[in-house]
Design a protein around this ligand. Structure first.
Ligand SMILES: *Cc1c(COP(=O)(O)O)cnc(C)c1O
Length: 455
């Protein structure tokens, strides 16, 4: 029988998270700068917003962080996640490529986000917090934060980008089922939200705005821990359970990827899958080509510049050294809500500078087309975000056919699309556009990037 599923045992769950900083060349440029002093962010400043274990992971140059036993116990509910060979998709494409995908939709909330939600809730609980507050784009992170809070008997308050709140009412219902409170952002609950609404009562919201709201609420209530779903170094590290498992599963398949592909919003699922492979490469192992796929409607990596910029519109949080379109950028309301981010994890930007990752941008319609072809061959309906990785994987597989080359392609299937059926409905009804950004909007937003943050 053709082998299509590579499944590890519970005992094979990784014991540590991987920190790529240990294997990257050293740099003099700090990853984050304080919004108040304009100097590199200090440990003390970080300790005001994060438990000490997370501060440690955020700033560490150690290669590995031990995964606490209670976290591994919760991971074991769905991890190790399966890795599949997409034989039926390969046949449909008539390609000599060997296509593999690592499926994170088996998590209780349907995407990779609980991989970091659980440790963040755990460390906040240890630090004495009784609740979590956060922002969410499409709702996957909000669901994961709600789930993780409920595992540890904590409350959760989630500011959800308004356009997604309207597009995905069932995500809110899921968060509420776990006991969380979900608020459409911009809201009247915070000064940051009220300022945006005063300027634009119809604002569709953005991750940057929702982040400002969550930070403001956390700053005013010491019982609440602020958590974040992507981009930060510690979040990217938590997600490396994905790639560490995939390394072993590719070995079970007696293969090794030539190409690793992930969709890119804040960069966490991409990093989670690719960093362990890049680590092997950086330590002298086999080379891989890593492709980051972003929406043409929010071209952070392909059209943004590397600068110190805020991750939130209200400029409450630190400035990060990252690819950014400018913190005032409000992307068009594409259905891949999780990819509507004006900035990216600083470590992804470092990896691009080191030529370890190639970014590309793709249009929404081609992604849905790829997602439907994937559903009809592989039987899993992908999240709109994940269809970006599928689009790139299919294009690479077609290139293999044209060039008569057999390459191994591994992509991250970051989540399922069961909460995104409205989007698929619209796609089938011909009501979706290839949303693009106009150059004017990009120029205006890039003007919001601070010129010289380092004072
Ligand atoms: C949140 C999310 C993304 C984007 O976030 P990253 O941090 O870039 O991974 C992608 N896919 C799914 C299914 C998501 O939930």
């Amino acid at each position: 029988m053709e082998k299509i599923k590579f499944q590890l045992d519970e005992k094979d769950l990784p014991a540590t998270w991987y920190n790529i900083v240990a294997d990257l060349p050293e740099t003099d440029e700090p990853a984050a700068v304080s919004p108040t002093t304009g100097k590199p962010l200090t440990r003390d400043e970080l300790l005001q917003v994060m438990p000490e274990q997370l501060v440690e992971q955020e700033t560490s140059t150690e290669r590995e962080f031990e995964i606490p036993e209670p976290v591994r116990q919760l991971y074991a509910q769905w991890r190790p996640s399966p890795l599949f060979r997409a034989r039926r998709l390969e046949r449909a494409l008539d390609t000599p490529a060997r296509i593999y995908y690592k499926y994170e939709g088996v998590a209780p909330t349907g995407s990779h986000k609980p991989n970091t939600g659980i440790p963040q809730a755990y460390y906040n609980k240890l630090a004495g917090k009784t609740g979590l507050v956060t922002e969410t784009g499409a709702g996957q992170w909000g669901s994961a934060a709600a789930l993780s809070a409920s595992f540890f008997g904590m409350t959760a308050k989630v500011f959800m980008v308004k356009v997604s709140f309207q597009q995905k009412p069932y995500r809110r219902a899921l968060m509420e089922s776990f006991g969380a409170v979900c608020i459409p952002s911009p809201s009247i609950e915070t000064a940051a939200g009220r300022a945006i609404l005063a300027a634009d009562p119809d604002s569709p919201g953005s991750l940057g705005i929702a982040t400002s709201e969550a930070l403001e609420v956390a700053a005013q209530d010491p019982t609440l821990g602020y958590t974040l779903g992507s981009a930060a170094n510690h979040v990217l590290a938590h997600q490396t359970v994905i790639g560490q498992e995939a390394l072993r599963q590719m070995a079970m398949a007696d293969d090794y990827p030539d190409i690793v592909i992930g969709c890119s919003g804040g960069g966490s699922n991409l990093a989670g899958l690719s960093f362990p492979f890049l680590g092997e490469q950086l330590r002298g192992g086999p080379a891989v080509r890593v492709i980051a796929v972003e929406p043409a409607a929010c071209p952070t990596l392909t059209k943004g510049s590397i600068a110190y910029d805020y991750s939130d519109t209200g400029r409450l949080g630190p400035l990060f050294r990252m690819h950014t379109l400018g913190h005032t950028f409000v992307p068009p309301p594409v259905h891949a809500g999780g990819l509507r981010a004006h900035g990216i994890g600083p470590l992804i930007s470092r990896a691009i500078e080191e030529r370890l990752i190639d970014p590309i941008a793709v249009g929404q319609l081609g992604c849905f087309e790829a997602g439907v072809q994937f559903a009809r061959t592989e039987g899993i309906l992908p999240a709109p975000e994940s269809t970006h990785a599928i689009r790139a994987a299919i294009d690479e597989a077609k290139r293999c056919r044209e060039e008569g080359q057999s390459r191994a392609i591994l992509f991250g299937l970051s989540g399922h699309g069961h909460f995104d059926l409205t989007a698929y409905d619209k796609y089938f009804a011909g009501q979706l556009d290839d949303e693009t950004v106009d150059e004017d909007a990009l120029t205006r937003a890039s003007a919001s990037i601070p010129e010289a943050p380092l004072r």
